[in-house]
Design a protein around this ligand. Structure first.
Ligand SMILES: CC(C)(COP(=O)(O)OP(=O)(O)OC[C@H]1O[C@@H](n2cnc3c(N)ncnc32)[C@H](O)[C@@H]1OP(=O)(O)O)[C@@H](O)C(=O)NCCC(=O)NCCS
Length: 156
């Protein structure tokens, strides 16, 4: 198992984030954000970015936004060459640790109903609390529902 290191980063890490973003998301679903969207979000209050590294290489990232005592995991992505090594789980753990430090109590997210990432989130302790019909507009006019998943933070 490779050593995964997670660090927080700001707008100066945008090139590294976009490298992972552009390799990770299937363009057919229109889920990746462009650079302007990502930078705009990074400039918003309550937003933080965590980058996962294996050695010198950025291999994944998580973008979170806290509002009062809850946060939303807005984006989570891992480069295809570095999957199934625990990178996403390390990023989720980091998101929860930071939210705890910020006195947050709940992490939630939206995920396309047929995204295999749902298995990851279930394994990480998220449960489904809602469904949003037609939330995602993919390529070729395809529409997909989103599931809303949520995880209460233990205070340990
Ligand atoms: C979803 C994603 C972030 C997972 O990253 P990852 O680093 O490979 O995930 P992890 O290695 O931490 O997975 C931990 C566990 O989650 C589950 N899991 C992760 N990816 C899975 C998949 N594609 N199918 C089924 N289960 C999966 C497994 O139980 C896995 O443990 P295992 O490898 O021992 O079986 C990655 O595939 C990705 O970037 N996908 C494209 C972007 C995306 O859809 N992001 C989520 C919505 S924003």
């Amino acid at each position: 198992m490779s050593d995964i290191v997670v660090t927080e980063a700001g707008i100066s890490a945008i090139d590294r984030v976009m490298e992972v973003m552009n390799s990770a998301f299937d363009p057919g679903y229109g889920e990746a954000w462009n650079e302007v969207q990502t930078m705009s979000m990074l400039a918003m209050p309550g937003v933080w970015l965590s980058l996962a590294w294996i050695g010198e290489q950025p291999v994944g990232f998580a973008l979170n936004r806290q509002i009062v005592d809850e946060a939303e995991l807005l984006l989570l992505a891992v480069s295809p060459d570095h999957r199934r090594q625990g990178v996403a789980m390390a990023l989720i753990d980091r998101s929860r640790a930071i939210l705890r430090q910020r006195n947050g109590h709940r992490l939630h997210l939206e995920v396309r109903h047929n995204n295999p990432a749902i298995e990851l989130y279930k394994r990480a302790g998220f449960v489904q609390i809602g469904r949003r019909p037609g939330y995602y507009h993919g390529a070729n006019g395809q529409i997909h529902d989103a599931l809303t998943l949520s995880c209460a933070l233990s205070q340990a």
